[in-house]
Design a protein around this ligand. Structure first.
Ligand code: 7RM
Length: 658
């Protein structure tokens, strides 16, 4: 392979063109395929007429108080409407109708608190709680269209709050419990929230961890829009109290009437805002509406997880502060009448087997988690899950980042008993629901690839000019047709909505991810395009080099960035966490460089490999490569306020000095 210093605009990423391929395939077992909820015919049916397909799914999966007559309206792009003349209540669909259908005694939520306390809510009980919360919020003056900031830990009150808002047509805006007072303030201000729902605090690794002080700080200056703060008592810590503003959950929701009739809201009535950080600028308030969002969330949940609501126990480990916790904890599982597990804490508390203990205890059959968690479990060793009975698991899901083949294989073998299909699901806050994933009873799965667009979803990979690239080639991931759960805009900023998503390629949604088709026509996600490096004119994906590093037995985790380089434009810099005894190996850096050379090609060999104790990650497990890039380029480290653990950058700095 030669170094090409002229091809600065090397669109097709030739250096890696044929490297991301995978020969391993895993067919669904005959039994799994035979009992699968969705069969192969679904693709052709959806492709024949997408809006008709989604209309049929919507009628099948949801109860509309006023049936719609119209499916998609795309007469004013990029502003779509779905099922526009219909009316629907999200909370009624998630709760009341299951009780009316005689399923009130089915468990909706098995809650496991971090300290080990547990609560079980049946559908009848959860319905009652949501009705009380809806009445309580209304008694505080909350009305349809008002915004509610939610700053809660992973406790049932989070789901209850969201559904109570949806019930009365208030718009929730969840802010991650891990975000600072500043982040909370800017989100409250941007949405002009009238109510805040929070808790005294939660527990982290056995210790109380507070939330209420951040709310007090966010509201310290006058001029904000908030009239009341509802406070759930969770960890029992003392809190400051602002008379007239603050009210205890138990005193308001606890004493409210359990009678509340749900009325339908217009299909395009806003359901929620969820802020997501862009590469630059202030966070974007991604806006989702009701009918289309619920349709795609419910459909993908059934189809991708092969959900059999009478028998499955579903566990999505995502926090409700993330879109995954909206679509696949709060809405879809309840709409579909599933039984689910909700867990407040981290995987390592009080011990590294906590997740597997929970799987065994509740007989979890479908587990949906993130690659970062899987890689952490690999690091901890397979003897930990081996201590538990995981035989209830029949399907595994992955979301949030590309899952490297190494982690995929481990997940399948150690957690899935070499039998459970793995569904790698690609989607975004903006897409609202899963867009690319295998259908577990149909698709033969392939480690490392999210594989195929969902039925009814038009995904493509295009070059700089927006032309489709052929199989075997890479480019930018786009979506060619509107989809039901697509964002309807950025709160208060239509221009930014158009600029960010619809201006790069004419008439297509630009996802911001690099991707490639392999020779079989499966999609591989290559990370955000801002994570694509250009070394001597060769496009290299951080994901691929990370994947190569992690495939070496000495490497537990790896993050790769492109650092500015005078000669090559960018140079590959890798940060690695080593496993056990590899730490003592003096030649490890050379070994790893050669390993990457062998796995991908000499062009991909990291110029620098830095051994570090930890990697900077957000709460949802995404590596913040931006911060590593600052280190690699010798700059002062930028804003690290969204890190899950804000001491990590200091740990890295200390380890590099040593
Ligand atoms: C659900 C969620 C979105 C970004 C997205 C990608 C990355 C998510 C996968 C993935 C490869 C996956 N929403 N991403 N899932 N990359 N394979 N299965 O994560 O808004 O927080 O993030 O996450 O870069 O653009 S999100």
């Amino acid at each position: 392979m030669s170094f090409d210093t002229t091809g600065a605009d090397n669109q097709s990423g030739d250096a890696l063109e044929n490297l991301l391929t995978e020969n391993r395939h895993f067919e669904p077992s005959a039994e799994f395929a035979a009992n699968a909820i969705v069969q192969a015919g679904e693709y052709a049916k959806a492709n024949a007429d997408r809006p008709a397909f989604w209309a049929e799914k919507s009628r099948e999966l949801l109860s509309w108080s006023k049936p719609f007559t119209k499916s998609l309206d795309w007469s004013n792009p990029p502003f779509a409407t779905w099922f526009e003349d219909g009316e629907i209540n999200a909370a009624y669909n998630a709760l009341d109708r299951h009780v009316e259908a005689g399923n009130g005694d089915r468990v909706a939520i098995h809650f496991e608190g971090e300290p080990g306390d547990t609560r079980t809510y049946t559908y009848a009980q959860l319905t009652e709680e949501v009705k009380k919360a809806a009445n309580a919020f209304e008694s505080l003056g909350l009305a349809k269209g008002d915004r509610v900031a939610v700053y809660l830990p992973m406790i049932p009150e989070a789901v209850i709050t969201l559904l109570a808002c949806a019930r009365i047509g208030a718009i929730h805006s969840v802010v991650f419990g891990g975000f600072s007072a500043d982040a909370l303030r800017s989100r409250i201000d941007d949405a002009e929230a009238k109510l805040v729902v929070t808790a005294d605090g939660t527990f982290r690794r056995g210790k109380p961890s507070s939330l209420k002080p951040a709310v007090d700080e966010a509201l310290a200056n006058p001029g904000h829009s908030v009239t009341n703060v509802v406070v759930v008592k969770r960890n029992g810590e003392d809190v400051n109290w602002v008379e007239g503003r603050d009210v205890w959950w138990d005193d308001t929701v606890g004493t409210a009437s359990a009678e509340h009739t749900a009325v339908g809201h217009a299909s395009e009535h806003p359901l929620f805002i969820l802020y997501t950080s862009g590469t630059t600028g202030k966070p974007k308030g991604i806006l989702h509406t009701t009918g289309g969002y619920l349709t795609q969330a419910a459909y993908t949940h059934r189809a991708v997880f092969d959900l059999h609501p009478e028998t499955d126990v579903f566990w999505c480990t995502a926090d409700v502060g993330w879109v995954t916790g909206h679509s696949y904890v709060t809405y879809a599982p309840l709409i579909n009448g599933a039984t689910q597990v909700m867990y407040e804490g981290t995987p390592d508390s009080p011990h590294q087997g906590r997740f597997w203990e929970i799987v065994e205890k509740y007989k979890v059959s479908i587990l949906y988690t993130a690659p970062t968690a899987i890689r952490t479990f690999m690091k901890w060793g397979e003897d930990i899950p081996a201590k538990y009975d995981l035989s209830s698991i029949r399907l595994l899901g992955s979301v949030g980042e590309p899952i490297n083949p190494e982690a995929w294989m481990w997940y399948r073998r150690v957690i899935g008993g070499n039998n459970a299909p793995i569904v790698d699901t690609w989607w975004q806050t903006e897409t609202g629901a899963i867009m690319i994933a295998p259908l577990p009873g149909v698709t033969s799965t392939k480690p490392g690839s999210a594989q195929v667009p969902m039925p009814g979803i038009a995904v493509d990979v295009v070059d700089e000019l927006g032309a489709s690239v052929p199989h075997g080639h890479g480019g930018y991931l786009v979506i060619r047709e509107p989809w039901p759960s697509m964002l309807r805009g950025i709160w208060g900023d239509n221009d930014r909505y158009k600029d960010t998503y619809w201006s790069r390629f004419d008439g297509m949604y630009f996802a911001g991810d690099g991707a490639k088709w392999d020779e079989d026509g499966d999609v591989w996600l290559l990370g955000r395009v801002d994570d694509v490096m250009n070394v001597s004119g060769h496009r290299l994906s951080t994901t691929e080099i990370e994947s190569a590093l992690v495939s070496h037995p000495s490497v537990a985790e790896a993050a790769v960035v492109g650092a500015a380089d005078e000669t090559t434009g960018q140079a590959v810099v890798a940060f690695v966490i080593l496993r056990g005894s590899a730490v003592e190996d003096a030649d490890i850096v050379t070994t790893l460089r050669n390993h990457v050379g062998r796995e991908i090609g000499p062009i991909a060999k990291p110029k620098t490999i830095l051994v570090v104790p930890e990697l900077p990650k957000t709460r949802s497990g995404k590596i913040m490569r931006r911060l590593l890039k600052d280190v690699a380029e010798g700059r002062e480290v930028g804003d690290s306020s969204t890190l899950a653990d804000n001491t990590v950058m200091n740990q890295i700095a200390a380890s590099l000095k040593a």
